[in-house]
Design a protein around this ligand. Structure first.
Ligand code: SF4
Ligand code: SF4
Length: 82
């Protein structure tokens, strides 16, 4: 019998591209540098380094970045997983 392992999800920031102004405040506050500005909006090119502690969320003045459970694989000793 094949054992199917459900993919885990990580609690990481997701950016609403239609609200993000590209101000960079979230990028500056992320000590482990997961976030960067690309083509005028914030993106998360390094989700594996994210500690899920939400510093970037509180910096946004435009309600453009929120935490969400995102299915992914990676180092489960970093950040919050379920
Ligand atoms: S939750 Fe923390 S580590 Fe993750 S992107 Fe935001 S500031 Fe960076
Ligand atoms: S702080 Fe908000 S508006 Fe500014 S770059 Fe980050 S997500 Fe975009």
């Amino acid at each position: 019998m094949e054992i199917v392992r459900a993919m885990k999800s990580k609690w990481i920031p997701v950016v609403a591209a239609d609200k993000c102004t590209g101000c960079g405040r979230c990028v500056e506050v992320c000590g482990v540098q997961c976030l960067e500005i690309a083509e005028g909006i914030a993106v998360l090119p390094r989700p594996d380094a994210c500690g899920s502690e939400e510093h970037c969320i509180t910096e946004c003045r435009d309600d453009a970045i929120h935490m969400a459970w995102v299915p992914m694989e990676g180092n489960e000793t970093i950040g919050i997983w379920r």
